[in-house]
Write a protein that binds this ligand. Structure first.
Ligand code: PLP
Length: 406
């Protein structure tokens, strides 16, 4: 393997700390990832030098900040292979991107008797905005159920689409079970019926090669902080024709062409959807994160994660009285499990004392847990800076938990 994890770890200062006297083992990457020094320095560099508001000033710093901001947009475009830079909208995260589409798209496209379809695996961020949009429009929200392995086929998805469906919204990778959905095939099925598709890529962008043109999705969104970038910045990609036809999500400065006391005309894309002062430092930090990943090589990263996932699954399967949910062999490096007779919260609290960060609970996917009939799971979500030694420490801690609660 070309990937030298020990060298890579040196880029992440947060890894070199102790928690309760143990070296930190950070296995909560689906919630947020650690940041490489390149990202921390890019943010600090922006505030230490070219800090300025964008698109407004004639002065030197404003020009530099605008160039850095627009350079970040261009690099995001390239990273996801969008056709135009103006199809890339900066938001504060995946949640805001989905709310933007749920409100703006629905305002002109969703009416009484229409339907929005989502998958049964969605994070609340790709569920609640659609509940609200449907309530406001008098439309119905339909849910595509997942099977016992946590999967949804294109055929199953297609069965829930009809002439009434105005949009299909689904996750690329489930944050609670790690399932990788066959989004390309599902999009093909939806498009044959003329239905646009939004893909929630909050987890997908981290673990998959994303090419929005090859996927042919109509919208794709993600958060910077889950892909080694800063918090408070995210991306909405939308096909030009949809974005052009949509009304702005928020109004105010930056998003206008001209304003009188009674009326305003809106700016062109992408600015129409970027009201107010944007998170320039966030965009600069996200840019550094994407460049950092490209420097390591996305394929190297994904191959290493697959290796680590296989190692983790084998280690967990060898433990007694463990139940793994979903079918993680087919998914991304996110593993949800429970130990017989032990509440996930209790297990998580003990594991924490060994310096190991895992997440316990419903993972903002309460309906998924309800459907599985469980209160929540223990979730270990891996990144390319994790090691097999850390997985060994996790399995040792799990054995300890079982001993304590026996
Ligand atoms: N969608 C998925 C699949 C997620 O995992 C998350 C966060 O965990 C979100 C959306 C929401 O992301 P954010 O809170 O960064 O907006």
């Amino acid at each position: 393997m070309i990937f030298n994890v020990d060298e890579v770890r040196k880029d992440f200062p947060a890894l070199f700390q102790e928690v309760y006297g143990h070296p930190l083992a950070y296995l909560d990457n689906a919630a947020t990832t650690l940041k490489p020094s390149a990202v921390i320095q890019a943010i600090s560099g922006y505030y230490s030098t070219i800090n300025s508001n964008v698109h407004r000033g004639v002065h030197y710093l404003s020009g530099e900040a605008t160039a850095a901001f627009e350079n970040a947009r261009e690099n995001v475009r390239r990273f996801i292979n969008a056709e135009h830079g103006h199809e890339v909208i900066f938001t504060k995260g995946a949640t805001e991107a989905i709310n933007l589409v749920a409100q703006s798209f629905s305002a002109t496209n969703l009416g009484r008797g229409d339907e929005i379809v989502v998958s049964g695996l969605e994070h609340h961020a790709n569920l609640v905005p659609w509940q609200n949009a449907c309530r406001s429009a008098g439309a119905t929200l339909k849910i595509i159920p997942f099977d016992e392995k946590g999967e949804i086929s294109a055929e199953q998805a297609g069965a829930f689409l009809s002439g009434k469906t105005k949009l299909l919204a689904l996750t690329h990778v489930s944050n609670s079970l790690g399932t990788l959905l066959p989004v390309k095939e599902i999009i093909q099925v939806a498009h044959r019926m003329g239905i646009p598709v939004l893909v929630d890529g909050a987890q997908g962008i981290v673990h998959c090669e994303v090419d929005v043109r090859a996927l042919d999705c109509d919208f794709y969104c993600f958060s910077g902080h889950k892909i080694y970038g800063p918090m408070g910045i995210g991306i909405l990609y939308g096909k030009e024709r949809w974005l052009e036809a949509m009304e702005p999500y928020q109004t105010g400065g930056e998003m206008i062409k001209s304003v009188s006391y009674q009326h305003a005309t809106y700016n062109d894309l992408p600015y129409k959807f970027e009201a107010g002062t944007p998170n320039v430092a966030g965009a600069v930090g996200l840019n550094a994160a994407l460049e950092y990943m490209e420097g390591l090589g996305k394929e190297n990263i994904h191959n290493y994660e697959k290796y680590l996932l296989a190692y983790t699954l084998k280690a967990l399967e060898n433990l007694p009285a463990i139940r793994i949910y979903g079918h993680p062999g087919h998914g991304a490096a996110v593993i949800s499990f429970l130990m017989e007779g032990i509440h996930p919260y209790d297990a998580g609290s003990v594991i924490d004392r060994f310096g190991i960060a895992v997440r316990t609970g419903h993972h903002c996917a309460q309906p998924v847990m309800d459907r599985l009939g469980i209160p929540g799971t223990i979730r270990a979500s891996l990144a390319f800076y994790n090691t097999t030694e850390e997985i060994d420490r996790l399995t040792a801690a799990l054995l300890k938990v079982q001993e304590m609660f026996a």
